[in-house]
Design a protein around this ligand. Structure first.
Ligand SMILES: Nc1ncnc2c1ncn2[C@@H]1O[C@H](COP(=O)(O)OP(=O)(O)O)[C@@H](O)[C@H]1O
Ligand SMILES: [Mg+2]
Length: 302
């Protein structure tokens, strides 16, 4: 897969303070890359360097295989912190300005994009009177005027209500799946992000301490089955026979058996138990929890 972004030991110091330290990351075409870290970890600073808003102290950035960033940055759309719109203008007028500045496309693209970001029907309402979610969607819409192949978003769902979060998430999914836009998104709302991203990087104290895909996360989180039965002793001996490779654990004080490392279908186990006259009350697959994993890597409060 083509690399959209490569950074090599990207570093930022403010005075003697090291805020981002030797961050080397790679984002491939089609990725939704979740960039996670606590407040103050260095997310915004990294994003500002990538989008050219601040100069790295050291290290390199490659965009679309090019070290010449002015070329690569034409294909990048960015929304950092509060989206930069003109407060007393409407959504359409803000988009128009951005279209004039960035777009080589037909003016129709303004109304198409307004509908894409769900702001087609807001009329003359001034951008300053928008809800936070509308402001975020306007910011994303304005970034889309440059027809970007790579969208870089800093905490786009921060402070949004649940409805706003769902709208931004489905907009980003749509851009990624239907328009092939690669997305780099920072967030500290991990369970929200885990519904969107396919790859992740964890930044802590300015260092990129971990990078993984969603399937690596599933392996690392040791996703398992919980089987609740009426007779745990007999169920254990039946399961031991049936799946000798799996690890079985009785959850203390319950009627539940955890099955780790079984890669067959859960229904097979239910069937074997039933044939042996053991009543199966429920079978559930444990969920992968990005928040738990993040805590186990980074520690402390998020
Ligand atoms: N302009 C600046 N001058 C001095 N320190 C800064 C500046 N911008 C950010 N920092 C510091 O860099 C660290 C990382 O900040 P930031 O990138 O905003 O983190 P995040 O976005 O993950 O919350 C913080 O300790 C912050 O105080
Ligand atoms: Mg930030």
């Amino acid at each position: 897969m083509e690399d959209v972004l490569l950074t090599n030991k990207l570093t930022k110091k403010y005075g003697s303070r090291l805020c981002v330290s030797e961050v080397s990351m790679n984002i491939k075409k089609g990725d939704i890359y979740g960039f996670i870290g606590k407040n103050g970890a260095g997310k915004t600073t990294t994003i500002k360097m990538i989008s050219g808003l601040t100069k790295p102290t050291a290290g390199e950035i490659t965009l679309f295989g090019e070290k010449n960033l002015s070329k690569g940055r034409c294909k990048v759309g960015t929304v950092i912190e509060a989206p930069a719109f003109v407060p007393h203008l409407s959504a359409r007028d803000n988009m128009y300005i951005q279209w004039k500045l960035l777009s080589g496309q037909h003016e129709n693209v303004i109304d198409e994009t307004l509908s894409l970001v769900g702001l087609k029907d807001v009329g003359k309402k001034k951008a300053r009177d928008f809800s936070l979610g509308m402001k975020q969607r306007l910011g994303i819409g304005m970034a889309l005027m440059g027809d970007p192949e790579f969208l870089v978003l800093d905490e786009p769902v921060n402070g949004l209500d649940p409805e706003g979060i769902v709208q931004v998430r489905s907009l980003l999914k749509d851009l990624n799946e239907n328009r092939g836009v690669t997305i780099f998104i920072s967030s500290h709302l991990l369970n929200e992000l885990s519904r969107l991203a396919n790859r992740y990087g964890i930044i802590n104290n300015g260092r990129l301490i971990d990078e993984f895909s969603i399937s690596e996360l599933e392996t690392r989180c040791k996703s398992h089955l919980d089987i609740k039965v009426d007779d745990t002793a007999r169920a254990l001996s039946v399961l031991k026979e049936a799946c000798s490779n799996a690890e079985l654990k009785l959850v203390e004080g319950t009627d539940t058996i955890e099955v780790h490392g079984y890669d067959g279908r859960p229904g097979e186990l239910t069937k074997i138990l039933a044939v042996n006259d053991i009543f199966v009350e429920s079978v559930t697959k444990s969920k992968v929890d990005l928040e738990d994993y993040f805590m186990s890597v980074v520690g402390g409060e998020n």
